[in-house]
Each structure stands twice: as structure tokens, then as C-alpha cells.
Design a protein around this ligand. Structure first.
Ligand code: HEM
Length: 515
């Protein structure tokens, strides 16, 4: 039943707001826009009813769900940061992911187990570890640059033909997260590059078959995305694990691969231990880092992560990290092509302040330097602001509580629409300058901002995501100017999967020397 005192739309007696959700899916590519539409009509606190919304239908059928939509920036920060004891990870989000990663951080409620996992993994987000991961990221991004250099040479003069960059970016992101999670890229982009170089007759968008592990990972992402519209989310994990054969094959293959790497690394460490042990500072991927922490903890009687917990956390890195970052990079290519003046400015900053791009691989200290690269930082933040890759942040009330004067019963889901908070109306109003002070320095508080959530349950991987996005943007923009595209291959419609990615992502990269 709708909550008293909270405004809502006129509801269909049997379907509640489902017709609105369907309309948004059809017209704008994502049902999550229904929450934004409702908030726009009714103000900072409103509600969306999924299922029977009124009278006997809701009383007798009982499977309708109330979602409270909170669209007030300040109140959102208060709920996420100061009132974390009243709101926790939403069960709906947990059900969506728990078929795939039942013991992964994103699924766990805030309890001792979650804190233990975070303690094990948080080292991966510290500067020394990010610095060690950077050479691998740069190498993988160079492969993408090389692939587009070869592909661009095969583009005809006509501006109507472009490289289909959607899968290149998706696979580059999967390669990066695989390298970060367990130290081995799936080599998807390298495979494409080798194919293109060996096949002179291939067109600019022709690519070979995707490597098995990368396509297995995509199966897991697809299964999670399909779950978004499943009517009874609580049944989803059970059904996925027991009845979805494609999912079972994919997860068995991924886990099998991870187990092999886990056992090989354990043996390597056991060997190294005989000669005094491998130094803790050597780990450049999350798996190595977990095992090093495990060795450290062994003598102290601290409980290590179990094998299934390790597999779930590595899978979470590979899945959660690749999809969100890929979506943001896909939007980045579109925003840049639409704004040649921004590309010129960014390229000039890179030439002046990151010249090592021309001669050697830039280091973490160089790429992450916000003071020397304020415009790069501003462009990254503006892309994150406009891309709305993760469309919403969700929590469940863990106690009866109140939001902006409205009573919220325990168990109610509260959804905070990222896009609505971050965008001032027009999604195409792309303006990196908003993040710069008058003296040209970067101002992280210039907002509006909710891209990674806030508080203890905010995005665990945000530092890594920022590093990946900076590396991607720096390397592609240093090498290419992205030409404008005709409308037929450059729609701004989006598609809702686990994230909200663009329907089309074509690109015509022109090496700067040919400009
Ligand atoms: C552009 C890239 C990314 C975006 C936009 C993004 C966004 C988000 C958002 C909005 C949340 C929910 C926060 C909340 O509920 O308050 C989240 C959670 C999370 N993200 Fe990201 N993310 C990105 C990249 C990554 C990467 C690279 C990783 C790699 C590890 C990652 C790991 C996680 C995890 C583990 C959580 C759950 C944290 C928890 O439940 O405590 N994310 N992310």
C-alpha cells in the first residue's frame, strides 16, 4: 500500500506504477527514469508503487512494493553519512547480486563480516597499491590506443562510417579489472589487435571471437541485468543458481580459473617462504594482496577469508568494476566527440603537464596529480556527473524513521536517483569548467555529485575507478581527436543493464598529427 502522507502518481489498480516504468523503459531506455519523473512531479520525497497499488488488489495480492524516492541532495548526504545506523544496504540490490556473489561486499549487510572483508581488501585502494597497478593499466590502455590506430586507418573518408567502440571499451574494461583482480588480463584487446593486424581485409569494426573468460564474465553481467525486471527478487538467487544452466557454466568457468590462480599463487608463496618470503610490497593485484594479508594474519590467530569469500570478492571486482567503468568510458567518447573545444583544451594540458605520455609510460604519481592536471580531473568528474552509470543509490530503513517530516516504516526501500541529483535538467549540458575555480584549480565540491554514493557503504572502488578513467582519458586524448558523428550513428538514448550505458557508441579517432 502507498505510504500515507507521501505523494505518488495516479496508480493503476493492479499494476501501480508499472505502466510508468514500462513507458520510461520504452521512451528513455531505462525504467529507473520513472523515479526521476515521479520526483520531478511531486517534490523531494515521493513514492513509486511496483505492483498492486490500491484497494483490494494490494491487500489481497500483497506483492506490490513501495519505493520511496528521495531527491534532495542535502537529505541524501544526511541519510547516507550521518544516519547509516537507520539505513542499510537495500535487500533488492542484495537479491540482484547474491546469486552470483553471495558473500561479496556489495551484498552483505553492514555487520562484522562486511568489516572483516573491507579490512582485507581496503589496502587495494591505497596509493602504494594503486601505484603498483598503474603500469598494468597503462599497458592495457596502450593496447586500446594501438587497436584504434590500426582500425582508424581502415575508415573511409566518409564521416558516416565509424568504429563501433562499444565492445572495444567493454572488453578493455574487463581486461583491466581481470588484471587488477588476479594479475592476468583476458587479452581481449590484444586478441583484437593481433586479428586486425593479421587480416588486412578486415573492416574498422571487425573483431575476432571474444576470449572465453571475457564472454563468461559477460554472461554473469547479463544474468544480473535480466534480474532487474524480475517480479519476485527474493527468489532470484535460488532460481539463478539452480536453474540457469548458462549462468552455472559461466560461473564454474570463472571460479575454476580463479581457483587455479589462487592455488598457483599459494604454491609460489610457499616456495618463496622457504627463502625468507616474498616481500609484502610486491603485490600488484588483489589476489596477491589478499594472500599476503592472509600470511600476515596467520601467526596472529586472525580469521582469514575462506576460499568462497575470496572467489566472490574477486568476481565482484571483475564484475562491478568493469561494467561501471566501461559505461562511463563509453559516455566519455560520446561527450568528447560532441565538444571539440574541450578536446583541444584537454590535449593541450596533457602535452604540457603529462609529456611522459609521448616517451614512456606515465606513473601513478603523474596520472593522479590533480594539481598539475586540473582540466583532466574536471573532465573526468563531468563525465561521471553526466553519465549516471549507476542510476541510483538504494537503502532499506532498518528502523521506523522519518525523512523530511515523512514517517518511513522499517523495511521500506529508499531510492536516491543519481542522475536527478547530479544533472541540472539537460543531460547534454556538459561543462567541465563547473569543476574549476577562477584560478583554474580543481574544486571537488563544485558538484552536484552522487556518482559513488556517500558514507560507509559508498563505492569501495572509487579511487581505482578514478585512476582507470584518468588513464583512459589521458591516453586516448593524448593520441586522438574524436571527430563529430552524424546523428544516425550517435543517438543519445541509453540502455538499462546493470548500469545505464549508451545505445550506440561509435567513434572516428583521428591521430592529432593528421589534424
Ligand atoms: C565509474 C565507475 C564506478 C561507479 C560510477 C560506481 C558507482 C557505485 C555506486 C553508486 C555504488 C553504491 C554506493 C552506495 O550504495 O552508497 C557502488 C558500490 C560499490 N562499488 Fe562502485 N562504482 C564504480 C567503479 C567501481 C570499481 C572499479 C570497483 C572495484 C572494486 C567498485 C566496487 C564497488 C563495491 C565493492 C561496492 C559496494 C560497496 C559496499 O557495499 O560497501 N566500483 N559503486
Amino acid at each position: 500500500k502507498p505510504l500515507p502522507s507521501i505523494p505518488h502518481n495516479k496508480l493503476s489498480w493492479f499494476l501501480g506504477d508499472i505502466p510508468l516504468l514500462m513507458r520510461m523503459l520504452k521512451e528513455r531506455g531505462a525504467s529507473s527514469y520513472a523515479c526521476e519523473e515521479t520526483a520531478m512531479r511531486h517534490g523531494p520525497v515521493s513514492q513509486v508503487i511496483v505492483g498492486p497499488g490500491a484497494g483490494w488488489a494490494s491487500r489481497w495480492l500483497g506483492f506490490g512494493q513501495v519505493i520511496v524516492v528521495l531527491a534532495d541532495s542535502q537529505e541524501i548526504q544526511d541519510v547516507l553519512i550521518n544516519r547509516a545506523h537507520e539505513f542499510d544496504r537495500s535487500k533488492a540490490v542484495s537479491f540482484l547480486f547474491s546469486g552470483t556473489i553471495p558473500e561479496g561486499m556489495a551484498v552483505l549487510p553492514t555487520n562484522d563480516k562486511l568489516k572483516h572483508h573491507k579490512r582485507y581488501l581496503q589496502m587495494a585502494m591505497t596509493a602504494p597499491y594503486l601505484a603498483r597497478m598503474t603500469p598494468g593499466l597503462v599497458e592495457l590502455m596502450q593496447e586500446l590506443v594501438d587497436l584504434w590506430t590500426v582500425a582508424a586507418k581502415r575508415l573511409p573518408g566518409s564521416p558516416d562510417v565509424a568504429i563501433d567502440a562499444m565492445d572495444d571499451i567493454r572488453l578493455a574494461s574487463i581486461d583491466m579489472m581481470a588484471a587488477i583482480a588476479f594479475g592476468g588480463s583476458f587479452k581481449s584487446i590484444k586478441t583484437s589487435l593481433d586479428f586486425l593486424e593479421a587480416t588486412p581485409a578486415a573492416g574498422p569494426s571487425d573483431r575476432p571471437e571474444v576470449p572465453k573468460l571475457a564472454s563468461d564474465l559477460q554472461v554473469l553481467l547479463d544474468v544480473i541485468a535480466e534480474g532487474i525486471h524480475f517480479p519476485v527478487l527474493s527468489l532470484l538467487p535460488f532460481l539463478t543458481r539452480n536453474f540457469n544452466k548458462k549462468f552455472r557454466r559461466a560461473i564454474d568457468s570463472i571460479h575454476g580459473n580463479m581457483r587455479t590462480r589462487l592455488n598457483a599463487t599459494r604454491m609460489e608463496y610457499a616456495e618463496a617462504a622457504k627463502d625468507g618470503g616474498k616481500a609484502l610490497s610486491e603485490a600488484d593485484n588483489v589476489l596477491d594482496m589478499i594472500l599476503e594479508r592472509e600470511r600476515e594474519d596467520m601467526g596472529k590467530g586472525v580469521q582469514a577469508l575462506t576460499e568462497s569469500e575470496i572467489l566472490d570478492e574477486l568476481t565482484l571486482f571483475a564484475l562491478g568494476g568493469s561494467e561501471t567503468t566501461a559505461t562511463t568510458m563509453q559516455w566519455a567518447v560520446k561527450f568528447l566527440a560532441k565538444h571539440p573545444e574541450i578536446q583541444h583544451k584537454l590535449h593541450a594540458e596533457l602535452l604540457e603537464n603529462l609529456p611522459s605520455l609521448a616517451v614512456s609510460a606515465p606513473s601513478y604519481a603523474e596520472i593522479s596529480n590533480e594539481t598539475r592536471l586540473p582540466y583532466l580531473t574536471a573532465v573526468v568528474y563531468e563525465i561521471l556527473r553526466c553519465a549516471r552509470a549507476a542510476p541510483a543509490v538504494a537503502r532499506d530503513a532498518t528502523v521506523d524513521t522519518v525523512i523530511l517530516g515523512h514517517p518511513i516504516p522499517k523495511g521500506t526501500q529508499v531510492l536516491m536517483p543519481v542522475g536527478m541529483v547530479q544533472q541540472e535538467g539537460d543531460v547534454l549540458k556538459f561543462n567541465p569548467e563547473r569543476w574549476l575555480r577562477a584560478d583554474g584549480s580543481f574544486d571537488a565540491n563544485a558538484g552536484p555529485w552522487l556518482a559513488f554514493g556517500y558514507g560507509f557503504r559508498a563505492c569501495f572502488g572509487q579511487k581505482l575507478a578514478l585512476l582507470e578513467l584518468r588513464t583512459f582519458l589521458a591516453m586516448v586524448q593524448f593520441n586522438f581527436f574524436f571527430a563529430a558523428l552524424p546523428e544516425e550513428i550517435n543517438t543519445w538514448k541509453s540502455v538499462e543493464t546493470v548500469t545505464t550505458h549508451p545505445l550506440q557508441c561509435f567513434t572516428r579517432p583521428i591521430p592529432w598529427e593528421n589534424m
